[in-house]
Ligand binder design. Structure first.
Ligand code: IPD
Length: 306
């Protein structure tokens, strides 16, 4: 990795993210063609595909030796994240939000080396909101990021927003946690999620977590960025892919957060494990909160194919 200029790669990704953002904003979700993949809720639009084609062309030109893993060009059972420097790209994360015009969608551009995310750029064009992270260089958030006409560019603010050391974490009953149903709606993975959601919400007297609040932003990358910012305390999901999490993972860890497995007891996880639990940066309480969450999952285990 010593010979890769991560800051230069980051700068390229930011420029590509703004170009993608203009394409996403120019698309009218009511007029574009939409298709499904796994099932009726696993949506892909012509804009996802057009953005990925543009991103691939730009990134190939900028870094021809890097591998490329993208949501729309992924081939099940064939595409793998290897140890090679790899762009890991989701052209639109939050496609369901995008087709509804719900302003919570982004482009997610990550780079992994040795399967560890080392650069992350997440850009929500609807809010002109940019999150970035470079290994060893911290994580940042910027509003009015793309210098649209008539807008002053916002200040780059270091994450977490509360500053470092970030406030201590308490237990689940004071936590704001993001969860997602994902697109698989049957089988054991679905049952584990449904049981866990119920138990998280239930009162302590009934053996539950009496969780402070649950949210679903509808985009794994934006969930991770909100954890990095300290706006969410945790994010738990099974079923999403490396391209949903690679960029946000780098931003989270550069903000002092931690990514562990979404299955109990596994403190280390990989970018393509498809089961994730993120916890925000904090002066104390990270491990305690993770264990409390895992206790709620109990014997449940999620297992997704690659
Ligand atoms: C989806 C979003 C969603 C998550 C799904 C992902 P997409 O990505 O990140 O929040 O629950 O698991 O597939 O399809 O919008 O790129």
């Amino acid at each position: 990795m010593a010979d890769i200029d991560l800051q230069a790669v980051h700068n390229t990704l930011v420029a590509v993210a703004f170009e993608a953002g203009r394409m996403i904003l120019a698309a009218n979700p009511n007029k574009i063609s939409t298709d499904t993949k796994l099932n009726a809720v696993d949506i892909v639009t012509e804009t996802d595909q057009a953005v990925e084609r543009m991103v691939l062309a730009r990134l190939r030109a900028a870094q021809p030796t890097f591998a490329f893993v993208g949501e729309e060009s992924y081939q099940p059972g064939v595409t793998r994240v290897t140890d090679a420097p790899t762009f890991i790209v989701d052209p639109i994360d939050g496609t369901t939000n995008f087709v509804h015009g719900f302003p919570n969608a982004c482009i997610s551009l990550g780079v992994a080396v040795g399967r560890v995310p080392v650069v992350g750029v997440v850009y929500n064009p609807f809010q002109d909101l940019l999150f970035t992270g470079v290994k060893g260089g911290g994580a940042w958030m910027q509003r009015n990021a793309s210098l649209e006409v008539g807008k002053g560019q916002g200040e780059r603010v270091r994450l977490p927003l509360a500053g470092t050391p970030a406030p201590a974490l308490g237990g689940l009953s004071s936590a704001l946690v993001s969860i997602e149903w994902g697109s698989q709606r049957e089988g054991e993975n679905f049952e584990v999620k449904a049981r866990t959601f119920r138990k998280l919400a239930a009162a302590k007297e009934g053996g539950g977590g009496m969780i402070g609040g649950m949210r679903s932003l509808g985009s794994a990358a934006l969930n991770l960025c909100a954890c990095a910012a300290g706006q969410l305390d945790m994010y738990w999901e099974g079923g999403c892919y490396a391209w949903d999490v690679a960029a946000g993972w780098c931003i989270l860890t550069e903000a002092g957060g931690r990514m562990v497995s979404g299955n109990p007891g596994e403190w280390e996880t990989t970018v393509d494990s498809r089961v994730y639990l993120a916890v925000r940066g904090a002066s104390s309480g990270q491990e305690e909160l993770v264990k409390e969450f895992w206790d709620i999952i109990g014997d449940g285990r999620m297992d997704y194919k690659h």
